[in-house]
Design a protein around this ligand. Structure first.
Ligand SMILES: [Zn+2]
Length: 440
């Protein structure tokens, strides 16, 4: 008897707490019944009772959670309700089965274990292929019809979207419901410390929101040049659903750098303009000279170099022109290089916004310095024949996102601005947004 009780007690370690309590109670009860009978028929068998008392203590010592005597514990009382009766209650009340997707689950593995017909499961997967990609934590619920067939399946994909599949004959009909959040405006402001990005994070902007700000301001401001002490204010509209942020939209941004204010405010078309409704991306000139010169060599990713005799990409366009012809910046930007360098001779590189760079080579004389801001049409150099060059010409390159493109055909920024009613609407928006972008 003692042996049996001990092995039962040891097996408790592998059981959950309610099961342990229940099994403990049952064991004690069984033993009590076993003891009670011999006691009735053999009143002299007191040693048996002693043994049982001991085992009862042993069991209790293996159940440290059971602070109260087992037979009086309210938990033990709850556990006396048979489990299948509980199941019937929840299933019977609503008639809805619920399931939370966990590791390794698939639609068929889940529904199959509840006895749903494989044919119905394939029908569901045919109606919506997305059902093949259930994600952990998503909730499925379903109801059966009187014949025990699947009547309706509901899939809570996210806080936003719920899809429902209703039986229609042998197939299922899909419907989707999107939850709309509430758009809330937030003004986030701060003063630049070690970097704009870290200060913007401190002010409560997410990485994606910060990228949006940098992009909106790219034609006015190189954020790598933002200095300690510069101030910013950002008006962000965020869609909130069940207390969580679903998405956000930049409404307007103001940056004060070096005592000067820069603004970018969103219009109805989703683009950003300055406070007067002018486009922030100033258009590029197609040619870097006042008049158009003859093209002596085209852009060619696989050109035979006339000087070296090797096949090498010609990353720009050559314009034949007399030495000393003024070379113009094709767009607003900042000079990032102006120096003499081997094969390129004297050359200038200008960065425009975030993604564009233009380069001008074989120059005779530089008219700008690195770091200098230039406007579209500014003279940056005089053309020449320096470096690896076979005659007076200008070699001109356009780079988009670190990639050389054909300057004659590339899609270049165009000057855009709002006109008419679009502009009036925008100016009304500016009047509403600007006061919110204060630094106080
Ligand atoms: Zn060239």
């Amino acid at each position: 008897m003692q042996q049996i009780a001990r092995s039962v007690a040891l097996a408790f370690d592998n059981l959950s707490r309610p099961h342990r309590v229940m099994l403990g109670s049952l064991t004690v009860l069984t033993l009590a019944v076993a003891v009670w009978r011999p006691y009735v028929y053999h009143p002299e068998a007191s040693p048996v009772i002693k043994t049982i008392e001991l085992e009862k203590n042993e069991i209790r010592s293996l159940l440290p959670e059971a602070s109260e005597p087992l037979d009086q514990s309210p938990e033990a009382e709850d556990d006396t309700i048979p489990q299948d009766e509980l199941d019937d209650k929840t299933a019977g009340e609503a008639g809805v089965h619920e399931y939370v997707v966990s590791t390794g689950d698939t639609l068929s593995s889940i529904l199959n274990q509840y006895g749903i017909d494989m044919g119905d499961i394939s029908q569901l997967a045919a109606v919506d292929k997305d059902l093949r990609n259930l994600k952990i934590g998503q909730q499925l619920s379903w109801t059966l019809n009187a014949d025990g067939e699947l009547q309706r399946l509901t899939w809570e994909m996210s806080r936003r979207e719920t899809r429902t599949y209703d039986r229609s004959g042998t197939a299922f009909k899909l419907s989707s419901e999107m939850q709309q959040g509430e758009w809330v405006n937030n003004v986030l402001k701060g003063t630049v410390g070690s970097s704009f990005v870290s200060s913007a994070k401190d002010a409560g902007l997410t990485s994606a929101e910060i990228s949006g700000v940098i992009k909106a301001m790219q034609w006015q401001m190189d954020f790598r040049k933002v200095k300690k002490g510069d101030q910013f204010a950002v008006l962000m509209s965020r869609e909130m659903l069940e207390g969580k942020r679903e998405q956000s939209r930049l409404v307007g941004v103001r940056l004060r750098s070096g005592g000067k204010d820069y603004y970018a405010i969103r219009a109805e078309d989703g683009k950003f303009y300055d406070r007067s409704g002018s486009g922030l991306a100033k258009g590029f000139m197609r040619f870097p000279t006042a008049k158009q010169f003859r093209i002596s060599s085209n852009f060619n990713p696989r050109r035979l170099n006339p000087v070296t005799g090797r096949v090498a990409p010609h990353k720009g366009v050559d314009f034949a022109m007399p030495q000393g012809t003024p070379v113009l910046a094709v767009g607003d930007g900042e000079v990032v290089m102006a120096k003499r360098s081997g094969a390129a001779g004297y050359f200038v590189a200008i960065r425009h916004g975030r993604s564009y760079t233009t380069r001008y080579m074989h120059l005779k004389k530089l008219l700008v310095k690195p770091g200098q801001k230039v406007k579209r049409g500014d003279r940056v150099a005089l053309s020449g024949n320096t470096g690896r060059s076979t005659g007076p010409h200008l070699h001109y390159e356009v780079w988009v996102n670190q990639q050389a493109v054909n300057p004659l055909t590339a899609k270049l920024p165009r000057t855009e601005g709002l006109t008419g009613s679009d502009r009036n609407e925008y100016l009304a928006q500016v009047r509403e947004v600007t006061p919110q972008l204060s630094f106080n």
